[in-house]
Every structure is written in structure tokens, then in C-alpha cells.
Design a protein around this ligand. Structure first.
Ligand code: IYR
Length: 227
């Protein structure tokens, strides 16, 4: 009889993806790299609708990310109502107006020049969905007590990465928008005190005439060091 020792509270793991050779693995990695290299941040969205079920699946993908002590310190607020989108746009543009007219400073504005950004945030009302990602620096128990979360920025950042990658692989586009300061989002969406806005991600299809800045990614030799 085969005796298999397993630590209590553990389950056996089998990876759902298995390739039959290194050659297949190399091919698949090249294909995936090619697909992901086509991702771009988009600021011009189509108003074309996306089924809610797609968004549900995307949020489940994001929420499958690893997190410190598996605390899952995030909340994803999905905004599709015109009323909320308009309110968010108005509040974001108010902050961004101040940013672009003094708060950001000369060097920052110069760095942003090639992206053609300004305080107008039309995508906040054209994109069919806005996902507002909140980080929870701590959790609140039903009795009002607080419990700790760990590596919250890392965890929520990884969850957002999962989300952006999945959005792209479904033929949809997104933008990692950080209207700053972002406190207005927790206020408008009436979030509890332990939640702070982390990122605002419009999701949709790219507009037919969408354009992206002519920029390139650093080559592998600049971003990878082998030891
Ligand atoms: N939050 C502003 C400014 C901005 C800042 C950075 I750094 C960017 O990469 C892009 C924009 C805005 O959204 O316009």
C-alpha cells in the first residue's frame, strides 16, 4: 500500500496546465509574450457595452491574486451607472485641473508631454465600466475590532496586474488611472474607513479612432540581469 504523508490542512496540487515538451513550453511562452506585448493603456474608449458576466469573471480573476497571509485586502467597486460615472468624472477633473495647473510641477508635466494627457477625463463617462480598486490596510470585525493585513500595496498591486492582463487577453482595454488625491472615490462610493482608493480602472473596448503614444519598452538586456 502506498503511504502518502500530507500535512494537516493541506491538499495535493496538480497544475491545470501541463506541456509535453520544453519545445512546446518555449512556443507557448513566445505566443503569450507576443500577445501581452500588444497591451496598451488606452484613453479613448468606445461606449460599446460589455456583458456584466464578463466583469464578474474579471473581478474573480483579480481577486484570485496572492496576498499577504491570504488576507485578500481588497474591494473592487464596479461602476456602470451614468450618475456615478458623471459624479466620479466631475470630482476627478476638479483634482486633475489643480494637478495640471501647478500641483504637479514642471518636471512632471514635461515627463507627461508625450502622453498628451490633461485634466479632461472623458474616458470616465465613455467607458462602460469603471472599476475602483480599494485597499484595506486592516480588516474590521463585526464587533468593531481591527485585524491586521500584510503587504497590502504589494497584494493589491498584483491583483490589479492580474486584472489588466486578463482584460487585454479578452480583447478589451483599460487604463490605470490615478486621479490624485483619490479620497473623493471613497466618499462618493461611501466606503468604510478601512478602505482607501488604490487605482481607478476604466474597462471597455478601444474607440475606433483610438491612438496611443509612440513609445517603446526597454529591451530585455536593460531590464534583466543574469547571475
Ligand atoms: N494623474 C494624472 C497625471 C498622470 C500622472 C502619471 I505618473 C501618468 O503616467 C499619467 C497621468 C492624470 O491621470 O492625468
Amino acid at each position: 500500500m502506498l503511504f502518502c504523508y500530507m500535512k494537516e490542512g493541506f491538499l495535493p496540487y496538480t497544475h491545470p496546465v501541463q506541456f509535453s515538451s520544453d519545445q512546446e513550453l518555449v512556443e507557448k511562452s513566445a505566443e503569450l509574450n507576443h500577445l501581452i506585448q500588444g497591451r496598451r493603456s488606452i484613453r479613448e474608449f468606445s461606449t460599446k457595452a460589455i456583458p456584466q458576466e464578463v466583469i464578474d469573471n474579471l473581478i474573480q480573476i483579480a481577486a484570485s491574486a496572492p496576498s499577504g497571509a491570504h488576507k485578500q485586502p481588497w474591494t473592487f467597486c464596479v461602476v456602470s451607472s451614468d450618475d456615478f460615472k458623471t459624479k466620479i468624472r466631475e470630482a476627478a477633473e476638479k483634482e486633475e485641473y489643480v494637478n495640471y495647473n501647478g500641483r504637479m510641477g514642471e518636471e512632471w508635466l514635461k515627463d507627461l508631454k508625450k502622453f498628451g494627457t490633461n485634466w479632461h477625463k472623458e474616458f470616465l463617462t465613455t467607458a462602460p465600466y469603471l472599476v475602483v480598486v480599494f485597499k484595506k490596510s486592516y480588516d474590521m470585525e463585526a464587533d468593531g475590532g481591527k485585524t491586521k493585513n500584510y503587504y497590502v500595496n504589494e497584494s493589491v498591486g498584483i491583483a490589479c496586474g492580474f486584472l489588466l492582463s486578463a482584460i487585454h487577453q479578452l480583447g478589451l482595454v483599460s487604463l490605470t488611472h490615478t486621479p490624485s488625491p483619490m479620497n473623493f472615490l471613497a466618499q462618493l462610493l461611501e466606503r468604510p474607513v478601512n478602505e482607501k482608493a488604490f487605482l481607478l480602472i476604466p474597462i471597455g473596448y478601444a474607440a475606433n479612432d483610438a491612438a496611443v503614444p509612440n513609445i517603446e519598452r526597454k529591451p530585455l538586456r536593460e531590464v534583466m540581469n543574469k547571475y
